[in-house]
Design a protein around this ligand. Structure first.
Ligand SMILES: [Zn+2]
Length: 69
């Protein structure tokens, strides 16, 4: 498991910012892990569909596979 999320958030913290995160739960052991997500944008501004969160399978910073805890 990489530390990219922590590193990026430490860089953003002085400006009072952080990346959006979501908890991934491992159903087998009940442990959770925070990971980054992307919030989709509307292609058509008239769309009223709720924007969806997209969770990457691999860390967008280093490429390591993202797994639940
Ligand atoms: Zn990483």
């Amino acid at each position: 498991m990489c530390k990219c999320l922590d590193r990026v958030n430490k860089k953003l913290a002085p400006d009072g910012l952080m990346l959006p995160t979501i908890s991934m739960l491992n159903i087998e052991n009940g442990k959770a892990r925070e990971t980054v997500y992307f919030l989709s944008e509307r292609i058509n501004s008239a769309s009223r569909v709720k924007r969806r969160k997209v969770i990457p399978s691999f860390c967008p910073f280093c490429g390591i596979k993202v797994k639940a805890a």
